[in-house]
Write a new protein. Structure first.
Length: 529
């Protein structure tokens, strides 16, 4: 035979033929032959085999069990099929063992998710077998179902109170429906609960106060039950003290006042907390909120007092005569000036609280800040730079006297006009969403060198420190993460913990299977799923 036979491919799957060299090679030996144990030459690896009239050399190349070719073949099979490794063979897993392994990974992951979302430390000071507290992760992992069920007296009492709220609330809904005070229908009369307000979210305070006022009669009935039940012991005194406060005109007055203020500012709070917020709309909302609070201060006292008195009449709460002298409830008269109830509730409470809120808004969003933020919004690339305003951007540059000279401001005017025409014609800039993407695209297209003053102004806008609720939450999160148990953690681990804690809504969207798959691919594991 004087040429290569295609039929040899079917007989020897390791065979490779080179048309250019008119020679055959051994694919597995070429890649995996151990050159230290078999240093000799091999035509199937070096120059190629061309003796077509000697096909018996193929079998001779394969050799015995421990030949160089068979060892290379084994390495190739292990490379292409990791489940056939020696470790895997020694740890042969049944379906039950695989399920148990996956269950351990899943429960470990659930513990890690919980600790990450709560910002808690994983490790303990002493994780030995004899330790009574091995740290949050190990203790949570070893927590048995029986311990979860037996949560103790406090947990059981808390559940009973929530159940009381549900039962009494359901009874009141039925009574109100019978009296025609509320309407029935899908989505109406949902069950409410008393949530704990968060540290930095104003909306949580609004919802808490709203639920207290909505569930007022239900709460009173629950407090009466607890206060009269001798089995609650210490809680009886607490319930009686809370009820004494709840049934006071002063509490009802302040609760309604907080509801009014948080009601007006809740929309603004939610708008400022959005990650992709429209600065122009946010500034307009700030002005509207200030205007509404000012109108409430100047014109809405009588309407507000009527609503409070109506609520008190409905729940049999005494309303003081506004012309009488104010008598502090549960406190000494020595610490209060002798004033009328009208002065106390209108001047010292109603006007004072609204003025404090207006002052806070004015301090955070004064005229300079409002103008600065409004000018910044003119750089937005959304909708083909729909908010672009050349005069406002020049005005923005005037705030940076050290960065822009008088001549620079004149030049900036012409640059901005050329810049906006260029941006609206260039396809690369049509789908941009924020200033960060605009900055990166200018660098990618090298237009930052063409519009130097525009790019400088954009950089100054990007590094401008704007105190938003999201930034405040980041610093608040750092206080939670950098605790005594984590005082020696590295920067990378701190960053990873902060990401999973701050962006926990996104973290929850990552499935357990995706995390386990990533964990399996990081290194060779004893078991493969």
């Amino acid at each position: 035979m004087r040429r290569f036979s295609v039929s040899w491919f079917d007989k020897y799957d390791w065979l490779e033929y080179s048309v250019e060299k008119d020679a055959t090679f051994c694919f597995v030996c070429y890649l995996f032959k151990d050159k230290t144990s078999y240093p000799g030459g091999d035509s199937f690896v070096n120059g190629g085999f061309r003796s077509w009239n000697k096909p018996d050399r193929f079998k001779k190349h394969i050799g015995g069990i421990n030949s160089a070719h068979n060892q290379a073949q084994e390495k190739y099979q292990l490379f292409t099929n990791p489940k056939a490794s020696i470790n895997e063979s020694l740890n042969h897993q049944s379906a039950e063992a695989t399920a148990l392994y996956k269950a351990r990974l899943t429960y470990s992951l659930k513990c890690l998710r919980f600790l990450s979302q709560q910002g808690l430390a994983f490790r303990g000071h002493d994780e030995s077998e004899v330790s009574s507290n091995k740290g949050n992760f190990l203790e949570l992992l070893s927590l048995s179902l029986s311990k979860v069920r037996g949560q103790g007296y406090d947990g059981a009492i808390s559940c009973k109170r929530r159940e009381m709220l549900r039962v009494i609330q359901a009874q009141e809904v039925v009574e109100a429906l019978n009296l025609g005070e509320i309407e029935s229908g899908q989505g109406l009369n949902h069950e409410r609960g008393l949530g704990r307000p968060g540290e930095t979210r104003g909306g949580s305070y609004y919802k808490t106060i709203l639920n207290i006022i909505t569930l007022y009669s239900t709460i009173i009935k629950v407090l009466v039950i607890i206060g009269n039940n001798t089995s609650y012991k210490e809680d009886r005194g607490k319930a009686q003290a809370i009820m004494n406060t709840f049934e006071s005109f002063e509490f009802i007055f302040m609760a309604h006042l907080m509801l009014e203020i948080f009601g007006y500012t809740d929309v603004l709070s939610n708008a400022l907390q959005r990650k992709e917020q429209n600065i122009v709309n946010a500034m307009a909302l700030i002005s509207l909120t200030k205007s509404r609070l000012q109108k409430m201060r100047d014109e809405k006292w009588e309407d507000f007092l009527d609503r409070v008195c109506s609520f008190c009449a409905k729940h049999a709460i005494g309303v003081p005569n506004m012309d009488d002298t104010y008598v502090p409830r549960g406190r000494s008269k020595r610490f209060f000036a002798k004033v009328t109830n009208l002065h106390r509730f209108r001047v010292e409470m109603f006007l004072c609280v609204i003025d404090l809120q207006l002052q806070e808004l004015n301090n955070r969003f004064n005229e300079v800040n409002m103008e600065l933020l409004t000018c910044m919004a003119c750089f937005s690339p959304l909708n083909s730079f729909a908010s672009f305003d050349e005069k406002k951007l020049v005005r923005l540059a005037e705030f940076y006297e050290k960065d822009f000279s008088t001549n620079d401001l004149v030049t900036l005017h012409f640059e901005l006009e050329l810049f906006i025409d260029d941006m609206r014609k260039d396809e690369n800039f049509r789908e941009l969403k924020d200033l960060g993407e605009l900055s990166m695209m200018l660098v990618e297209t090298e237009k930052h060198t063409t519009y130097k003053l525009v790019y400088l102004l954009l950089r100054l806008v990007l590094i401008l420190h704007v105190a938003t609720a999201s930034v405040e939450r980041v610093f608040s999160s750092m206080k939670t993460m950098k605790s005594k148990l984590r005082n020696s953690m590295g920067d990378q681990f701190l960053n990873d913990c902060l990401v999973t804690y701050i962006e926990r809504d996104l973290f929850l969207q990552v499935s357990d299977d995706d995390v386990i798959k990533r964990f399996q691919s990081m290194k060779d594991r004893r078991m493969h799923l």
